[in-house]
Design a protein around this ligand. Sequence first.
Ligand code: GTP
Ligand code: MG
Length: 230
Amino acid sequence: HLTLNKLQLHVQDLRQWEKENGFPRQIDELMQLPALYRLALNELQNKIDVIKTEWQIRDGFSPIEHIKSRIKEPKSILQKMERKGYELSSENMEQYIHDIAGMRIVCAFVKDIYRLVDHLCIREDIRVLEIKDYIAHPKPNGYQSLHLIVSIPLILLEGTRWVKAEIQLRTLAMDFWASMEHILYYKFDKKLPPHVAEELKEAARAADELDQKMLRLRTEILELSDGAGN
Ligand code: GTP
Ligand code: MG
């Protein structure tokens, strides 16, 4: 169900772009790209589903709470290219825009995020190109998540093509904070009043404490159930 909608939207955006900026070459290739990213994202989704099911079978539950995927809107891709000052071409788009295919994996516990990342790093069918650990090193505003830029092999008639995707891994508490902050502020162009920024940061610390408390509780419960011979 991607394509018609997405592709048409894309064509419209490109036409608009063409009107405003004059259009470079390679329009055909540019139009095919979103379809490739959608396919790659489906592949990635499958891989994560397998991990989730395996975890479920082995441990009785999966630490992956939920997964969300999205393809970046053509308009946002064009805006990002413009904002970053790249000439509009499919090469630049592939090289510089890492989050055309995006996946967010929300886990129950921080530990599970690192377990999952360790696993993703050793797989041969996923290349981890970049890791940004905003859990160990939160952003100045308090934002926490672990971001991976990966590339996924898409086997096509023309051969194998490695397609990039961004994976954001978070706990439920981090996801709550980030979603709220996004609603309240993210990409809001004015500066926040200092006390608001400080309170948001405080809320991020509260989310972090909640994560740690839950982890402690889990450890305690696991020890109790081990002690009971379960
Ligand atoms: P862009 O923001 O996409 O230009 O890339 P970047 O190089 O800044 O990458 P980064 O890994 O910092 O952020 C990528 C994505 O993470 C963003 O598009 C958001 O979805 C998310 N993100 C990063 N920082 C924040 C933040 O402060 N608040 C929220 N809510 N989300 C954030
Ligand atoms: Mg950013």
